[in-house]
Design a binder for this molecule. Structure first.
Ligand code: ADP
Ligand code: MG
Length: 658
């Protein structure tokens, strides 16, 4: 007898479950996607014990016919596609017909469903892949699926589950993301008796962002609006439309990981290096390398332009026009940021409300507190976790012989995430105690000299347009310019401000091929390392474009004959070596544009005035005027903020005048 045999359905389903059902959140994802595919407008989820004990999802979608209710648990049973051609343009979230049988094979599952045109509904009970009961039942239209005791029959798998708060955070992040993608639907998530998310239909993503994150976060985000770009299709004369919407943070938000980046393609939450790279390229020279923005991006395109059948958990995609999509995202993000020019607010003084300092308040996480400081955490997402490495594959009876299967990488750093805290309403703070009620404190009448400013005497600027009207008052420590504007008090870092001005100037000159050069009296000969020599050959033309006339001399040496006029002769050697070094270290795979921007950044940095340098008022005025003319005056080419503002509102509030 041969040694090969065909696996039973139960084993096959459990193997599929290895890929599809990684953890409670993956069950939630599959069930949620099914509800959305069924046209539900109202989806309610209940979970217990981080989803390990119970996940129940109830929707008001189309429901299933009695026969379908059973068929749905067969492997590869789907109503969403019928032939291979359909696979080329999938418009639904599901299509593999694997989720229900996989989930049913590793849990105790109950399905209750009724289709519109049937009078009674169907209840199906399955445990560990075995059908226990099918009965007819009076049910409302729609589908409710209850999944209990996940992995009860696969102990090896169970061991890999994380703590209850971690699993719950994954579920909450997931439901939140889907609620953001579908602002026109109701979503509810409860953990035991706690309501974690409850949102009702709204007209715009903006309103949903407000419902989910609160007004503070919303005020720190920039609305991308709608960007559109076309790509010629295979049929002459017709075009494929691409559309990008969403929200991104200003450069003051610098996160240390990608956990706040949510990418949706045609309504599907995905992880994708290409989009991620396009997004971060949009922030090039605006935030420091290695930091990430908050982003909520919705890319919509022809379903035929993106292959979603790349991974069993359907969290990855492949674009037909990868570099087009990449550049579209990069340009849209950059253009939006350039136009919006968000201001970095100086840290607001804490109001003396008793709510502050209470347990829970100000903790990172959801809520009304905004992004807070550098690297503050929003709920993290398994979809934006580090993509490089995954967790070790599970070991145990069932899985030892599997190859290094594609375990979704969403276990990365899960323990590092914040404990979920999803109070979406107004902050539950006790009302501030009016000072008059303090014993022994009597509030006298307020003299009229203590009122606010006359109406119209100050403005609430929303962007950096106001920079050009600033009046410098002087310097702090010979390093920071203090300036008054109609919208408040500004503090400007003179070095990074000048750096930004020069950076943009060099970029413009490079683009026009007119960098101002200075001839060096004596050519500067630089010895190169082997690595630098290779880089030199690659970027020599770029160096020339940026104002450095160079030529190889002898072995491993170059002579620099001219340099950009902005940098002092004494700095030339340092700048050239710095450019070569960066090229060698970071830019090996960089595009010409990236190299060019890096060269411009090096020149800007070296040529800019330093801190600890006294400036007279005319110099300060010049600097502020030039900064105001910059395309992107918010951060220096290395991503540090340039200007902080104390708004008039904050000042008046702090002096109790409003
Ligand atoms: P897929 O979503 O890839 O088709 P699933 O195993 O997730 O595969 O679901 C199998 C089928 O069961 C679906 O194609 C759909 O017809 C039906 N189904 C699943 N969930 C629902 C639901 N909530 N409402 C209506 N039909 C559903
Ligand atoms: Mg499905």
């Amino acid at each position: 007898m041969g040694r090969i045999r065909i696996l039973s359905d139960t084993v096959a389903n459990q193997i599929a479950a290895g890929e599809v059902v990684e953890r409670p959140a993956s069950v939630v994802k599959e069930l949620l996607e099914n509800s959305l595919d069924a046209g539900a407008t109202d989806v309610r989820l209940d979970v217990e014990s981080g989803g390990r004990r119970l996940i129940r999802i109830a929707d008001n979608g189309c429901g299933m016919l009695r026969d379908d209710a059973l068929l749905a648990f067969e492997r590869h049973a789907t109503s969403k596609l019928s032939n291979v051609k359909d696979l080329l343009a999938i418009a639904t979230l599901g299509f593999r017909g694997e989720a229900l049988p996989s989930i049913a094979s590793v849990s105790r599952l109950v399905l209750e469903t009724r289709a519109e045109d049937e009078t009674t509904g169907t209840r199906v009970e399955i445990a560990g892949g075995k059908l226990l009961k099918v009965e007819e039942m009076a049910l409302p239209r729609g589908t409710t699926i209850t999944v209990r005791d996940l992995f009860f029959n696969v102990p090896a798998r169970k061991k890999f589950l994380r703590t209850e708060p971690t699993e719950l955070a994954h579920i909450a992040a997931l439901v939140t993301h889907y609620s953001l993608a579908h602002p026109d639907k109701t979503f509810q998530l409860r953990h035991g008796a706690n309501e974690l998310l409850s949102v009702t239909p709204v007209g715009e993503i903006r309103e949903r962002v407000f419902q989910v994150f609160g007004s503070q976060v919303l005020s720190e985000l920039v609305d991308l609006g709608t960007h559109e770009r076309e790509f010629p299709s295979d049929e002459p004369g017709t075009m494929h439309q691409y559309r990008l919407r969403g929200f991104v943070s200003g450069p003051q938000i610098q996160k240390l990981n990608r956990n706040s980046i949510y990418l949706f393609v045609n309504g599907r939450l995905i992880r994708d290096r290409l989009l991620l790279h396009g997004l971060t390229a949009g922030y090039a020279q605006l935030i420091p390398p290695g930091t990430y923005p908050f982003a909520l991006l919705f890319l919509d395109c022809d379903p035929g332009e993106v292959d979603v059948n790349v991974h069993p958990s359907k969290t990855e995609v492949r674009f037909r026009q990868g570099s087009f999509v990449h550049d579209f995202v990069r340009d849209s993000v950059r253009r939006t940021l350039t136009q919006a020019r968000p201001i970095t607010a100086a840290p607001a003084p804490l109001p003396m409300s008793p709510g502050f300092g209470q347990p829970g308040f100000g903790q990172p996480g959801f809520g009304q507190q905004g992004f807070g400081q550098l690297g503050a955490q929003l709920p993290y997402s398994e979809f934006s976790l580090k993509m490089e490495s995954g967790p070790p594959p599970p070991t145990g009876e069932l899985f030892t012989n599997l190859p290094e299967v594609a375990l979704p990488n969403w276990q990365l750093r899960p323990e590092a995430g914040p404990a979920p805290r999803f109070d979406f309403g107004e902050p539950q703070l006790p009302p501030p105690t009016p000072p008059a009620t303090h014993p022994g404190f009597v509030r006298g009448p307020v003299p009229d000299t203590h009122g606010g400013l006359p109406a119209g005497s100050y403005v609430e600027a929303v962007n950096l347009e106001t920079l050009k009207d600033l009046r410098p008052l002087g310097q702090l420590h010979d390093s920071f310019i203090i300036a008054a504007g109609r919208d408040g008090l500004w503090i400007i870092d003179q070095h990074v401000a000048h750096e930004r001005i020069l950076f943009e100037q060099v970029l413009r000159q490079q683009a026009a091929g007119q960098v101002e050069r200075q001839q060096l009296l004596v050519p500067l000969v630089l010895e190169l390392t082997a690595g630098q020599e290779i880089e030199y050959e690659r970027i020599a033309a770029e160096l020339d474009r940026s104002g450095f006339d160079t030529a190889p001399v002898g072995k491993r040496a170059i002579a620099v004959q001219s340099a950009p006029a902005d940098i002092g002769a004494a700095q030339v050697e340092r700048v050239v070596l710095e450019i070569l070094e960066t090229a060698e270290r970071e830019m090996r795979r960089a595009s010409l544009e990236e190299i060019r921007r890096n060269v411009a950044a090096s020149i800007g940095c070296r040529a800019a005035i330093k801190i600890n340098m006294p400036l007279d008022i005319t110099k300060m005025e010049w600097l502020l005027k030039k900064l105001g003319e910059c395309e992107y005056p918010m951060s220096c080419p290395h991503g540090r903020p340039i200007a902080l503002r104390y708004s008039m509102r904050e000042i008046l509030k702090s002096f109790h005048r409003i």
